[in-house]
Design a protein around this ligand. Sequence first.
Ligand code: WQD
Length: 351
Amino acid sequence: MSEIAEASHTCVLVTGGCGFIGSHTVVCLLQRGYEVVIVDDLSNANEKVLDRIDQIVGEDAAERLTFVRADVANKQALTAVFDEFDIKAVIHFAGFKAVGESVEKPIEYYSNNIGNTLALVDVMRNHDCKSIIFSSSATVYGDPDELPLTEESPKKPATNPYGWTKWMIEEMLRSLTIADPEWNVVLLRYFNPIGAHPSGLMGEDPKGIPNNLLPYVAQVAVGRRDCVHVFGNDYDTPDGTGVRDYIHVMDLAEGHAAALDWMAGRSGCEVFNLGTGNGTSVLEIIKAFSEACGKDLPYVVEPRRAGDVTANWADCTKARLELGWEAKYGIAEMCRDSWNWQSHNPNGYEE
Ligand code: WQD
């Protein structure tokens, strides 16, 4: 059985805690009284986020945060962390996440994402820590037959190695709970996380040209890029552009904290969708962001992007009923916070 009890004095390991979703989740956990150890190799994150976390949560809470720079695949480093801290649960974000890059570098993606998860659960087992929340994705539903997507909707073949790693890691973790009923696994399937901390101190900071829509739009708004490229306007959707369920990163972070509370005393494997239940098109996003930043953002229509689905959005009933969690923010607030972050930090965490 899981030993997660009261938040105070409960230590949680957050892999990839310096990344976009990880850093916002760390803030929520510290504000709820958890002790947090981040393991991150900074391969796709900036150490400066740690100062921002401290600023947001304040000195007392910041004292409960420890950062260890290490690759999660490094079992020796992980073992040292588990030896030093009494870790009760793990939230596992660390992984490569660029869809296009995963097609170019399948070996790196499979080896990193799957390899680090295997190393992690092995070290966890050796320390009798068997509670893990995994950062999965709506990508496991592939091209849906029916909307909204519930947790019962079928998993479909992935269209790229990144998607396959999420798909396979879910199955790996599920297998653990079958082999050993003490394992306590929660698979959180995120829809499209956007937005930023309302303080403007933390947000998404992709390296190079952003792959995802929102950071691209934000960089156009701040003048780093000329115009938004809309990938296809001939989809079977109201305005022809792709529809997604965008969710504020703070709502997503709260979803992790709610899942952690829910896991206490349980075992087995449970899946939850984390979305808002609403679909928004690419053109609607451009319009909402234009309103948030106070200028019309230019865009051009390009051919469809390979591997994109027409539309997806979540049914979040299960998370509401079981976790007592529900998304609070709408698209206007997501764009407002994303713009607040981008306009105050035009180059992300770099000066
Ligand atoms: C959203 C919509 C595009 C960029 C992927 C992963 C998912 C998660 C988030 C990763 C689509 C359109 C995009 C652009 C555009 N994981 N678009 N111009 O593809 O739904 O999800 O990223 O970190 O697991 O699969 O998100 O933001 O790339 O695209 O028109 O420059 O915006 O075609 O309709 P996606 P996205």
